[in-house]
Design a protein around this ligand. Structure first.
Ligand SMILES: *Cc1c(COP(=O)(O)O)cnc(C)c1O
Length: 338
C-alpha cells in the first residue's frame, strides 16, 4: 500500500444528495463543490451530485468554475465569491454572485443581500437588471442559533417581497436545509451534508447522512518503549511502563493535523490513541500488544467519524477534510461507487 489511501465513495454521495432532496421537496438542491469538493475531488463529486439530481453546482472562485466547466459542459455553475473577470465568466458560461457595486451585464447574476452575516452583500436590494436570475443571502448561525437565522430569513423575505417570481430565491446552507424548513426557498446550497458530514459536528447518521470519505493507512513500524523512553519531537509522550508503539506514515503534511494528538484511530479495527507530537510525515499510536508492520489503520471511516477528530482539534470537519492532501506524491486516491 502507499503511505495512505483515500477512498471517495460516489454511491454514498448520491445517497446523501437524494436524502437531502427528499427533505427539500420542491426546493432545488445546489451542490457546493468549492475547495476541490471540500477536499473530496470537485470533478468527481460534482458529476455524482448532478447524476443524483443536483440542479446546479456552486464554487468559490472563478478559476474553480472554469476548471469544472472544462469537465462538465452541461450543468449550471455559480461562482459564490467575488470576481472582476466578467469576460472569462461569460466565456465559461458561469453565473456570478454580486454583492456590491454595479451589476455586470450579459452574464447571469445572483444578487446577494447581507441580512446579518456581515460579510459580502448589499445592505438593500439594488435596481435589478434583466440578467439577474436570483436573489440570495447567507446565514451566519444556521448550525447553532436558529432564532438569529430566522431573523435573517425574515429580513430577506422583507427585502425581496414583491420581486419578480421568475427570480430564484436562495438562503439555505446544509444546516438550514436540514433543520430550518422556512429557509427552503427556491433552492438550497448544500455543501458539507452531501459529503455525509454533520454541519452540527454531531453524528451524521442523526440526519440520515453517511460519510463519503475514508482514509486508511497501516503500521509502518512497531517498537517497544521501555519506561522512561519517548516517541517523537519534544518527547511529548514518555512511556511510564514498557509500551508498544506503532508508527503510521501519515502526518500533518498529509492533513493529519498536529492538534490531533489524543484522538483515536482504528488499529486492526480497535480504537487506539494517537500519542506524542504528530510529525510532518508520521504519527504514533499506543498499542496494547505487539502487532505486525502492515496491520491496517483507519484514520477516518469504518465507524470512526471525522467529527471526532474535529472535536479533538477544536475545529470543524470542514477545515479538517479541506486539509487532507490526496496528491499522488503523498497518497493513493481511489474513487468507488458502492
Ligand atoms: C460554502 C457555502 C455554502 C455551503 O455551506 P455548507 O455549510 O457546507 O452547506 C452555501 N452558501 C455559501 C454562500 C457558501 O459560501
Amino acid at each position: 500500500m502507499a503511505r495512505s489511501e483515500i477512498t471517495i465513495d460516489l454511491g454514498t454521495l448520491g445517497r446523501n444528495v437524494r436524502r437531502l432532496r427528499g427533505l427539500l421537496g420542491g426546493t432545488e438542491l445546489w451542490a457546493v463543490v468549492k475547495a476541490d469538493g471540500y477536499g473530496h475531488g470537485a470533478a468527481d463529486v460534482a458529476s455524482a451530485a448532478v447524476d443524483a439530481g443536483a440542479a446546479a453546482l456552486c464554487v468559490a472562485t472563478l478559476a474553480e468554475g472554469l476548471s469544472l466547466r472544462r469537465v462538465l459542459p452541461g450543468p449550471r455553475i455559480l461562482v459564490l465569491g467575488p470576481t472582476r473577470r466578467i469576460r472569462e465568466a461569460r466565456e465559461g458560461r458561469l453565473e456570478l454572485v454580486v454583492g456590491d457595486g454595479p451589476i455586470p451585464e450579459d452574464v447571469p447574476v445572483h444578487v446577494k443581500l447581507d441580512t446579518g452575516m456581515g460579510r459580502y452583500g448589499f445592505a438593500r436590494l439594488p435596481a435589478l437588471t434583466p440578467n439577474v436570475v436570483g436573489l440570495m443571502t447567507h446565514l451566519a448561525t444556521a448550525d447553532g442559533d436558529p432564532a438569529f437565522a430566522e431573523r435573517q430569513l425574515e429580513r430577506f423575505r422583507e427585502a425581496t417581497a414583491g420581486s419578480d417570481p421568475r427570480l430564484t430565491l436562495h438562503a439555505a446552507n446544509s444546516a438550514a436545509a436540514l433543520r430550518l424548513p422556512s429557509s427552503r426557498l427556491g433552492a438550497a446550497r448544500c455543501g458539507i451534508a452531501i459529503y455525509g458530514l454533520s454541519p452540527f459536528g454531531a453524528d451524521p447518521a442523526d440526519d440520515g447522512l453517511e460519510p463519503v470519505l475514508g482514509w486508511r493507512s497501516e503500521l509502518a513500524q512497531v517498537k517497544k518503549l521501555e519506561a522512561g523512553e519517548s516517541t517523537g519531537y519534544g518527547r511529548a509522550f514518555v512511556a511510564e511502563r514498557p509500551t508498544w508503539i506503532g508508527i503510521v506514515p501519515v502526518g500533518y503534511a498529509d492533513g493529519f493535523r498536529r492538534d490531533l494528538t489524543g484522538t483515536e484511530v482504528l488499529v486492526a479495527g480497535e480504537r487506539r490513541p494517537v500519542v506524542g507530537t504528530v510529525s510532518m510525515d508520521s504519527l504514533a499510536v499506543e498499542l496494547e500488544r505487539p502487532l505486525e508492520p502492515g496491520t491496517p489503520v483507519t484514520l477516518i471511516g469504518d465507524g470512526l467519524l471525522a467529527e471526532e477528530h474535529a472535536r479533538r482539534a477544536g475545529t470543524i470537519t470542514y477545515e479538517l477534510v479541506c486539509g487532507i492532501r490526496a496528491s499522488a506524491e503523498r497518497a493513493t486516491r481511489v474513487v468507488v461507487d458502492a
